[in-house]
Design a binder for this molecule. Structure first.
Ligand code: DP6
Length: 326
């Protein structure tokens, strides 16, 4: 009987964002990125290659996906089969502890877990760097979810040189995030398509690549100095520049809802009142608040003026990938 490998990967939130590819096939990004892996949101995936199956069978949160829905997963598994010399279809079971398609980067933890579980189940024994490269082929942000704490994905120039590594783990200072989970709306455009449109049509794109470089340098220094205000300020500016790119694309798009703007304003107001907090946003309406753990209660209380308590989820820095075999 073939072995089943289960992997657990946590999601990560980029503080300096990846937004654009220079090679869509190899998934090479236009710029490097830096993220924080979170403890609260994760994906657990088990994979068994099974010659008895006719085709890949993918269960997502206990629901069998139609082949059209699992195409991206099967394409990824093809890569693993090709590298390991296996031909068997795979049984994949994924449980997502992340609100899907809501901008909490479920593809990051999803493809990191799939890369780890499928490669090990196929008999490959990849180290963390090789796993990071492999996860990248599934989804760019997954490159970083192999690792815990603060992580940098080096853009690189080919398959070998584009991987993530730890900048700081464990994180031994007080930084947390509050995810403001807003009404789940279907994305106006996927991150893959959104970033491609931006690269192709935004006249501001060259400026993004240039400023991302500066942001990376400043963010590395801010993390090394354990400076919450610097980390938050750089992350907030970087996120808004990313969203400004979307507004400058042709046709323009954005991921904001009215609630997004309410949350942004609430964070800005709290800061004006002396609370050290900042926001970042990804390809969805949710707002992630960067703050110290000792301020989470006062921030949550203030936000409850607009949002229900269960919409405010506090997350701490989280660990890298783990695997078990059966
Ligand atoms: C805004 O990793 O979802 O979260 O590589 O096409 O799968 P693909 O895109 P994806 O993009 C994530 C973009 C982001 C920023 C980030 O995580 O760096």
């Amino acid at each position: 009987m073939a072995k089943t490998v289960t992997a657990k990967a946590h999601t990560n939130i980029a503080l300096v964002k990846y937004w654009g590819k220079k090679d869509a096939q190899l998934m090479l990004p236009q710029n490097g990125s830096i993220s924080l892996t979170l403890d609260h949101f994760y994906t657990e995936t088990s994979v068994t290659f099974d010659t008895q199956l006719n085709h890949d069978q993918v269960y997502f949160n206990d629901q069998l996906l139609q082949p059209a829905q699992s195409q991206r997963i099967s394409r990824f598994l093809d890569l693993v089969r090709q590298r390991s010399g296996l031909h068997a279809p795979a049984a994949v079971k994924t449980t997502n502890h992340v609100p899907t398609s809501a901008g909490l980067a479920s593809s990051a933890s999803g493809f990191a877990a799939l890369a780890a579980a499928s490669s090990r189940a196929a008999g490959m024994d990849l180290d963390a760097t090789a796993l990071s490269r492999l996860a990248r082929r599934g989804s760019g942000s997954a490159t970083r979810s192999i690792f815990g704490g603060f992580v940098e994905w080096h853009a690189g120039h080919d398959d070998q040189s584009s991987f993530a590594e730890v900048i700081q783990d464990p994180v031994d200072w007080d930084i947390q995030m509050i995810a403001v989970v807003l009404k789940a709306t279907k994305k106006p455009i996927s991150s893959t398509d959104g970033m491609a449109r931006v690269v192709a049509t935004s006249p501001y794109y060259p400026a993004w690549v240039e400023t991302a470089e500066t942001d990376l340098t400043r963010m590395r220094a801010a993390i090394a100095a354990k400076d919450l205000a610097a980390v938050g300020t750089i992350a907030e500016t970087n996120a808004m520049r990313m969203h400004a790119l979307n507004l400058s694309a042709a046709p323009a798009f954005n991921y904001f809802t009215a609630d997004t703007l309410t949350a942004i304003q609430a964070v800005t107001d709290l800061r004006a009142h002396g609370i050290n907090c900042y926001y970042t946003l990804d390809a969805g309406p949710n707002v992630k608040i960067i703050c110290a753990g000792h301020d989470t209660t006062v921030i949550k209380t203030a936000l409850q003026q607009y949002f229900a308590p269960e919409q405010l989820i506090v997350a701490k820095p989280g660990p890298g990938i783990t695997m078990t075999e059966a």
